[in-house]
Design a protein around this ligand. Sequence first.
Ligand SMILES: C[S@@+](CC[C@H](N)C(=O)[O-])C[C@H]1O[C@@H](n2cnc3c(N)ncnc32)[C@H](O)[C@@H]1O
Length: 388
Amino acid sequence: MTPGARTAAAIAVLDRILAGEPAEKALVNWARNSRFAGSGDRSAVRDHVFDALRRIRSASALGGGRWPEATSGRALMLGLIRAQGGDEAALFNGQGHAPAPVTDAETARAPEGLEALDCADWIAPQLREALGAGFDEVMGIMQSRAAVFLRVNLRLSDLEGARRILAAEEIETRPHPLAATALEVISGAKKIARSEAYLNGVVELQDVASQAVVAALDLADGQRVLDFCAGGGGKSLAMAALANLQIDAHDISFARMSDLPARAERARAEITLVETAALSGDYDLVLADAPCSGSGAWRRQPEARWRLDAAGLARLTALQAEVLASAAAHVAPGGRLAYATCSLLEAENGAQIAAFLAANPGYRLLHELRLTPAEGGDGFYMALLQRA
Ligand SMILES: C[S@@+](CC[C@H](N)C(=O)[O-])C[C@H]1O[C@@H](n2cnc3c(N)ncnc32)[C@H](O)[C@@H]1O
């Protein structure tokens, strides 16, 4: 596909997303109906779509539109190309499968204020409250792609050993100060899934902030641990690599854990999947990595930023309170409860813990960790509580 044809394809996919189709589904549907597209084309179209979604508000303005009421895939791609200093006349030339030439009606409008920062008006006060003086910086960071991070499985290799194995497969990495297990990928990210280091369990894909959260859990050999919201099991695997633990993984949706046994085998970790009815109440540590807005991870899930609204956030905060209460039922006397989200919003973080502590005087706060994308990874929150 020519660069113009890839731009046209991204426009078509973005139009479907703007009409309500989830981004992944819109991309898969496009790929299915575009057998002529090779893997390089698919990856380029995907990058265009996600780059545009990260800047939906500012790119709409630069493309002559206004988000949300007057935008389109075409305005987004035109605005994105203008933001990146690309050659719009070469891409929008109407030749072959390229989009039609740009018209006078598509003059750029300079985005201002929250529009320039790609922040929706309704959520700005909450983000400002959480980020304080760092608001502009963090919103600016979230307009660009996130770095790719690996977690080195310290049971199988040290950091330098893993770097050497990866380098032999042309994957260049460097350590990152936020977590002792983390490698930031500098080049070759697309080769990771097929690399020896990954297939042999020496490294896993995991954001550096997630790794820092697990490191802050103060794990010790012999503990019985429950990963209450295990999902794909990223945190279970990270915990298993740090100490000799007895780990039970649980999720309200058992199916979400379906990949975990194979991942655990690759990592030489022992993790038991447990149904809700079989959970006991005597864990030394229960981790509740709760469902959340994902506002700390909007770079990876740019669509989530624009789909979130006040009603959705209220549903999430109610669910988080329920998850905390259910998770607490499994903590042994003298045990600990950890609550984590990849959100920046206090309503999902400190406010949840304050409400839990007010209702559960048998618990006290040991420590809290608040990370923002300014520290290099996703935004994350973790609170560690001690049960009397
Ligand atoms: C943020 S994700 C977990 C990510 C995972 N811990 C990881 O590191 O890969 C939240 C998970 O919570 C699960 N969940 C939602 N409500 C729940 C509940 N009431 N009890 C247990 N798990 C729940 C969801 O199915 C989802 O998999």
